[in-house]
Structure formats: structure tokens, C-alpha cells
Design a protein around this ligand. Structure first.
Ligand code: NDP
Ligand code: 8X3
Length: 252
């Protein structure tokens, strides 16, 4: 029997693509995000494949998150898989030039929001036991510094280490944890990062072949369906056209 999958950030990008992929695998889905109309449209689209619960939720609101998890109706109350995907980058300029409020928003969403949801769902995953999975969407930015990544990359380093540390605490429960770390992927991510400037967002993907949301969703579907005795600690996936750069040298 398959339990429910809860996906945060299902209104767009990786989250919406993961919902489509997991619906094809037959998982009951709880789709979370702030934009309710998008959640409802996706729920309607997937309703022929599986049962879907659209759940309007801001992951930064710990009380609302706990209440929503406590009040889940059947057949969604038994959660087997948590996909912690909601997240964002803001303020692509240097740290010394950007608004403090943007830095706080990234911390509140990518770190505090992910912890809020994880803490609320953990008892259900532990009750499920063997075959339960947490898939945390990290990033290549966790370990590869670059200008303008400041709090964003640091928040994904948190996601990576939190994922590893959770594995230690969950030893013996059967609950698996994976840090799924994509590289550059074309979604609404860059539009958000560039404050709605479509020209700047498009430039990020110009002349290259980034990952698609579906590429990442396929990895989510693969991890969720792994045999119960297997744990992928970290899965870093990048397009062929993306590799590491050299140290930057400042010269006079
Ligand atoms: P999108 O902008 O397309 O999707 C982001 C999702 O996060 C949206 O569904 C949005 O929903 C949700 N979200 C943002 N803030 C909140 C909040 N406070 N509460 C609930 N949901 C929220 O970007 P991606 O699909 O690309 O990003 C998904 C994840 O992947 C993020 O964690 C991102 O950091 C990570 N990532 C992205 C990469 C890329 O190149 N695209 C590469 C590596 C990692 P709504 O606004 O409706 O609430
Ligand atoms: C998003 C990928 O390269 O913009 O996590 O940091 S990148």
C-alpha cells in the first residue's frame, strides 16, 4: 500500500513536475503552496490519476503548518513521503548591497520553513516506518560558492547538513532521508530571484541547456520508489553543460 506524499512548493517548477510524476506512480498527493488557484488547477488535472488534496500553506508559519498536518483528512493522514521543495533565492547582488529583509525571507523559507514542515510530519513518517522517505531539495549552491549566492547557498548547505543529521536521529526507524541537489534548472526560480524581471531571468538560461523541472521530478519519483532498504544520502544532478569553475583571482 502507498501512503500519501506531501510536496511543498507544488504550484510551480520542481514541485508541480514532481506532483505529475508521482501521480503517474499512483501516490495520493498533498500539494502545498501559497497560490491556491494553481494548487486547485493541478489537483483537477491529476484527479484522474490519483487522489489529491490542495493545501494552501505558507511554510514559514509554524502554527499553520502544525495545524494543517494535525487536521489532514483520510486518505491523506498517513504520510509516507515528504518532499521539502518550497524555497527561493532573492537579491542576486552582493551581500553588502542587498536588503536585509530579502536575506531574512530566504532564511525563513529555505531553513525555518523546511524545519517547520519536517518537524510536523516526522511523527507520521516514523509511524509509517520502513519505506518512509524525506526528500529535501538542496542545491549545487550548497558547496559551490559564487558571487550573489550569499544566504541562498548557505541555506542549501543547511539543507544538506540537516539531511545528514536527520539520518543519524532516524536510525532504526526505517525513515530515509535524501538531499537531492540539482544544478541549473529552468523554472520560475530565476524570475523570483530577479524580482519579476523576465529579461534578467531569461538570460540565466540563454545559450545553454539547463535541466528541466521534469528532469528533477524523475529523480524525486526514483528516490520515492526505491526498495525500503536503500538510502541515497545525496544526489547531485546537473546538466552536461554545467561544471565547476576555477577560484576567482582579484588582480590590481
Ligand atoms: P519555483 O520558483 O518554480 O518554485 C518554488 C516553489 O516554492 C513555488 O511552488 C512556491 O509556491 C514555493 N514557495 C516559495 N515560498 C514559499 C512559502 N513561503 N511557503 C510555501 N511555498 C513556498 O522554483 P523551483 O521549482 O526551481 O524551486 C524549487 C526548489 O528547488 C527550491 O527549494 C529551490 O531553491 C531549489 N533549486 C532550484 C534550482 C533551479 O535552478 N531552479 C536548482 C537547485 C535547487 P508559492 O509561491 O505558490 O507559495
Ligand atoms: C539553484 C541553482 O546555480 O542558481 O539552486 O545556485 S544555482
Amino acid at each position: 500500500m502507498q501512503g500519501a506524499v506531501l510536496i511543498t512548493g507544488a504550484t510551480s517548477g520542481f514541485g508541480a513536475a514532481s506532483a505529475r510524476c508521482l501521480a503517474r506512480q499512483g501516490w495520493p498527493l498533498i500539494l502545498c503552496g501559497r497560490r491556491l488557484e494553481r494548487l486547485q488547477a493541478l489537483a483537477e488535472e491529476l484527479s484522474e490519476l490519483t487522489s489529491v488534496l490542495p493545501l494552501q500553506l505558507d511554510v514559514r508559519d509554524a502554527i499553520a503548518v502544525q495545524r494543517a498536518i494535525d487536521e489532514l483528512p483520510e486518505p491523506f493522514s498517513g504520510i509516507q513521503v515528504l518532499v521539502n521543495n518550497a524555497g527561493l533565492a532573492l537579491a542576486p547582488g552582493p551581500a553588502q548591497a542587498v536588503e536585509l529583509s530579502d536575506l531574512h525571507t530566504m532564511i525563513d523559507t529555505n531553513i525555518t520553513g523546511l524545519v517547520n514542515v519536517t518537524h510536523a510530519v516526522l511523527p507520521k513518517l516514523i509511524a509509517w516506518g520502513s519505506g518512509a522517505t524525506i526528500i529535501n531539495i538542496g542545491s549545487t549552491a550548497a558547496g559551490n560558492p559564487y558571487p550573489g549566492s550569499h544566504v541562498y547557498g548557505a541555506s542549501k548547505a543547511f539543507v544538506q547538513q540537516f539531511s545528514y543529521n536527520l539520518r543519524c536521529d532516524l536510525q532504526g526507524t526505517g525513515v530515509r532521508v535524501t538531499d537531492l541537489a540539482p544544478g541549473i534548472a529552468e523554472t520560475e526560480f530565476s524570475l523570483v530571484r530577479n524580482a519579476g524581471d523576465a529579461g534578467a531571468a531569461d538570460k540565466v538560461y540563454q545559450g545553454t541547456v539547463p535541466l528541466t523541472a521534469d528532469d528533477v521530478a524523475e529523480q524525486v519519483g526514483y528516490i520515492a520508489a526505491l526498495p525500503a532498504h536503500m538510502n541515497i544520502n545525496r544526489l547531485e544532478v546537473v546538466p552536461v553543460r554545467q561544471a565547476w569553475g576555477p577560484y576567482a583571482i582579484h588582480r590590481d
